[in-house]
Design a protein around this ligand. Structure first.
Ligand code: HEM
Length: 452
């Protein structure tokens, strides 16, 4: 039963995602991109998509493949498709990177790699939507996390479609005339649909399940949860739709609708953060585990970044600092939350795969025995301080300090990746002789048995 609910390829998704994250950090450290180069420079676009597709999309999908059977009590339609998803998205991303590079060297033939790679990413996304969407749509009653994830998936489809249109406009001569307004003004809405509608709403949905589950707080979020979903979904939809229509037909009413959308989003984020505080306050578990303690850093980043956007917009200088804003969303909020939650998900999956079957047949270590919190805590502190440092340097336009900040964040990522690896190898239970013996580990064994 336990094995039936385990996603066979989730840990591979996480490994590939972390690798992409480190490559993206390497590109930023090299100084070839923002803030030394413009936001639309090809190398910046490479870094952005290594982060959004290579790291965050794969991380989120890997987590959802494990998470959806838990919240719907239904298995995924296919485990094999999840592996095809991973291969299609990673190969598509490599194609996109080649295509963006070709823009740099004005190579028309290689430039076709951009839409071809983008199309391959879309194939992977469609397969993932099928695997995740079918159990979600069949689940009754449909829980708040399920509805937030479904809404997120709709925004994901919109994001990748807009991305493909942009890619065609950049690389296929003759197509650009049809979508010139999108190319001129639509990039921001492709980004908003992806970072906001997809990642943020989905992250909220997943956290609405995981936070109460691991703190032993009530899962039912009542009117606050409903408000987050409805205000967030309406806000992002309004802001993206009004912005896209405005690219073709500038009208004052559309600017007002776009502004209203932004305001609804800010309200949804405010209520969400207030609700997160309520979850922590109403928890039954006295000791907060490290993954949740560290997640507070990501929640502070979400609140701080939202306030920053409000201030910058009120002062009319948002466009001048959009790079810092995107950096904080990607590194502070989304990557911060991702790294902290991996610290629970990896040991949890390892435990289920290796020790779940042995329950009742003798002593087994606890999930928490697979990690050493005191050892890992400093990495989270270093990570969030590094992100803050890099953001401040981005504001000040100091490329060198920005690179140093990202370098520090990469060091923390490597430190944390090492701790995930140790959890997967059951390193700590072996170190502590007082704990029950751990059977020898063979790579690839145990994580899943008997699901197709
Ligand atoms: C989760 C999915 C995605 C997210 C979150 C995302 C996010 C972003 C962001 C934030 C930017 C702005 C970067 C900047 O200005 O420096 C951008 C630009 C762009 N994206 Fe994506 N993207 C995604 C998927 C895709 C896909 C599948 C394609 C298809 C090839 C694509 C093609 C593009 C192109 C061509 C641009 C640049 C347009 C221009 O500057 O003229 N994106 N994307």
């Amino acid at each position: 039963m336990i094995s039936n609910r385990l996603s066979r390829w989730t840990l591979l998704f996480f490994a590939v995602a972390l690798l992409n994250f480190l490559v993206a950090q390497g590109v930023l450290i090299s100084g070839l991109t923002w803030p030394a180069q413009s936001l639309s420079a090809p190398v910046t676009l490479i870094a952005v998509h290594l982060l959004t597709i290579g790291w965050l999309l794969l991380l989120m999908l890997g987590a959802l493949f494990q998470f959806i059977p838990v919240i719907t009590s239904r298995p995924l339609p296919s485990q094999t498709l999840t592996l095809v998803t991973l291969i299609a998205i990673e190969l598509g991303l490599i194609g996109m990177v080649c295509g963006f590079l070709a823009l740099n060297f004005a190579n028309a033939l290689l430039a076709h790699c951009l839409p071809v790679g983008g199309a391959l990413v879309i194939v992977g996304v469609l397969l993932a939507c099928y695997d995740i969407g079918v159990p979600l749509l069949k689940a009754r009653p449909m829980s708040l996390p399920a509805r937030l994830v479904l809404t997120g998936l709709a925004f994901l489809l919109l994001t990748v479609t807009l991305g493909l249109l942009l890619a065609l406009a950049l690389s296929v001569s003759g197509f650009a005339v049809y979508v010139a307004p999108l190319l001129a003004q639509g990039v921001a809405y492709h980004a908003l649909a992806g970072l906001g509608g997809w990642f943020t709403l989905t992250a909220m949905g997943v956290s609405y399940k995981l936070l109460p589950m691991f703190t032993l707080a009530p899962e039912e979020r009542g009117r606050a949860g409903e408000a987050v979903l409805q205000l967030g979904a309406t806000g992002f939809a309004l802001a993206v739709a009004a912005g896209l229509i405005r690219a073709w037909h500038p009208a004052p009413l559309l600017s007002i609708l776009s502004w209203l959308g932004d305001a609804l989003v800010a309200l949804a984020i405010g209520i969400y953060l207030w609700d997160v505080v309520r979850i922590f306050r109403s928890r039954k578990r006295a000791v907060i585990e490290l993954h949740n303690k560290a997640a507070v850093g990501a929640f502070i980043m979400l609140g701080g970044t939202t306030l920053l956007a409000i201030v910058l917009m009120s002062l009319g200088v948002f466009a001048a600092h959009v790079g810092v804003f995107v950096f904080l969303v990607l590194f502070g909020w989304l990557s911060g939350l991702g790294l902290t939650q991996l610290y629970k998900i990896v040991p949890f999956l390892t435990w289920l795969g290796r020790f779940g079957q042995q329950l009742g047949r003798g002593p087994v270590p606890r999930v928490q025995d697979l990690v050493d919190e005191a050892h890992s805590y400093p990495w989270f502190v270093i990570y969030f301080i590094a992100v803050l440092l890099a953001a401040l340097a981005g504001f000040a336009g100091s490329a060198f300090v920005f690179q140093a900040g990202v370098g520090l964040s990469a060091l923390a990522t490597i430190g944390l990746a090492f701790e995930y690896w140790r959890a997967w190898r059951a390193y700590y239970p072996r170190l502590r002789p007082s704990k029950p013996p751990v059977p020898p580990f063979k790579p690839g064994e145990g994580i899943i048995h008997g699901q197709h």
